[in-house]
Design a protein around this ligand. Structure first.
Ligand SMILES: *Cc1c(COP(=O)(O)O)cnc(C)c1O
Length: 428
């Protein structure tokens, strides 16, 4: 059956034909390719077409697909029971591997998705501070828990409004929003709400509006204000953890949060996430403390095995390889923009990057929204036609894996040249 045939069939049983919205290509038009199999840097659709993959399962697949160390670890674990629901060694080992790389993760609790990690960290922050309000940043994505599905109201720093039907005004009443990289707006929030504020939730490198690096003083300002006002700083490192450095953004920027959420890479492609942080905070979580949170499949042995195999493969040298491949890709993209006289920019931190059309710099969500998404859509399809599968939205990060060797990057850049010509010519 063709991709089209499968998608038609999918649409009659899965809402929108998908299990998660961005996969439906609404951001770029057209219909998704149905992927039968993935290996290394490549995807293969049901029609046997091959694509160089920059989705990387939204960042999880930092070693590329079906890495032998990971698949063997999963197979071995599967033979020993796919879920125990009791205490087992691998959860201890994976937590220790995490703490060895991220010392701020003094205690670790495993959950099953980034959404769940964020939701639980918020509950813990509220319990620890006895306060209710959470500050997040426009364009920051922290999963789909009700309290995080807010849209900014008018003004620089505002009370959020529900961003989805089904989210009640009550559940976002305590969520404040401010513009990313705007230290003035943050200072205002602290001035007017500091006695209500439990935590600041931030992607230390924004990746869910496209890649937007923190301005030099942004994270240190957050740290300083949080410490001064008794507010907890939560780094949502579901995307950046073990991605932007071996120790994640915490290591890369030298700023220590109180709580951290992880996901994506720590499961090596299986549904694993975690929240972690200072021992005295994490010890408030049940059964050590009164903050309830539980999970039938939490610490699942297959997920733990895949995460362990992934982290153990990610030695320091791998980050140098990722940096080299990613900067080669980013430089090539930048040169293509210049060669075709296309206004735009390539924003990159480590092995996550985004090409924005229409603006020379993107610092926050307002600017990300003002970029030329129609041109991105044309570029996306031109790349797809040439066997390169980018994330199907101009608001996403592209992910480079250790399987993206020099040959793969050079094949990508050859496609970029043709695709850029087409994106420039097209009118929509
Ligand atoms: C992906 C992501 C999440 C949500 O994780 P899920 O596993 O999809 O629930 C939360 N925060 C950030 C920063 C993410 O990138």
């Amino acid at each position: 059956m063709t991709s089209k045939g499968w998608f038609t069939r999918a649409c009659s049983i899965l809402p929108g034909g998908v299990s998660s919205p961005v996969r439906a290509f609404k951001g770029v038009g057209g219909e998704p390719r149905i992927i039968a199999r993935a290996e290394g840097a490549m995807l293969f659709d049901v029609e046997g077409r091959a694509y160089i993959d920059y989705v990387g399962s939204w960042g999880a697949m930092i070693l590329g697909h079906a890495h032998p160390a990971v698949t063997e670890a999963i197979a071995r674990a599967a033979g020993e029971g796919t879920s125990i629901g009791l205490c087992s060694p691998r959860e201890v080992e994976l937590a220790e591997e995490i703490r060895a790389r991220v010392p701020a993760a003094q205690r670790v609790r495993f959950v099953n998705s980034g959404t769940e990690a964020v939701m639980s960290a918020i509950r813990l922050a509220r319990a620890a501070t006895g306060r209710a309000a959470i500050l997040k940043f426009s364009g920051g994505y922290h999963g789909h828990a009700d309290a995080m599905l807010v849209r900014a109201g008018s003004g620089a720093a505002t009370l959020g409004l529900p961003d989805s039907p089904g989210v009640t005004p009550g559940s976002v009443r305590d969520t404040l929003t401010a513009a990313y990289n705007d230290e003035g707006a943050i200072a205002d929030v602290f001035k007017s709400h500091d006695d209500r504020l439990a935590a600041v939730m931030v992607e230390p490198v924004a990746g869910n509006m496209g890649v937007v690096p923190p301005q030099p003083e942004f994270l240190t300002t957050l740290r300083r204000l949080c410490s001064a006002h008794g507010v907890l700083l939560i780094f949502d490192e579901v995307m950046t953890g073990f991605r932007v450095a071996q120790g994640g953004a915490t290591a890369r920027y030298g700023v220590e949060p109180d709580l951290i959420t992880f996901g994506k890479i720590i499961g090596g492609g299986l549904p694993v996430a975690a929240y972690a942080g200072r021992a005295e905070l994490m010890n408030l979580v049940a059964p050590g403390g009164p903050v309830y949170q539980a999970g039938t499949l939490s610490g699942n042995p297959l997920g733990m095995a895949a995460g362990l195999a992934t982290l153990r493969e990610l030695k320091t040298g791998k980050y140098e390889e990722l940096e080299a491949a990613s900067s080669r890709l980013a430089d090539g993209l930048q040169q293509a923009l210049a060669r075709f006289r296309v206004r735009g920019c390539v924003q990159r931190v480590g092995s996550m990057l985004t090409v924005f059309f229409g603006l020379e710099r993107v610092r926050n969500f307002t600017e990300a929204a003002a970029t030329d998404h129609a041109r991105f859509a044309r570029f996306f399809h031109a790349m797809l036609d040439r066997g390169v599968h980018l994330p199907p939205s101009g608001y996403e990060a592209w992910f480079v894996s250790t399987a993206h060797d020099r040959a793969v990057i050079d094949r990508t850049l050859a496609a970029v040249d043709d695709a850029m010509a087409e994106a420039v010519r097209g009118t929509g």
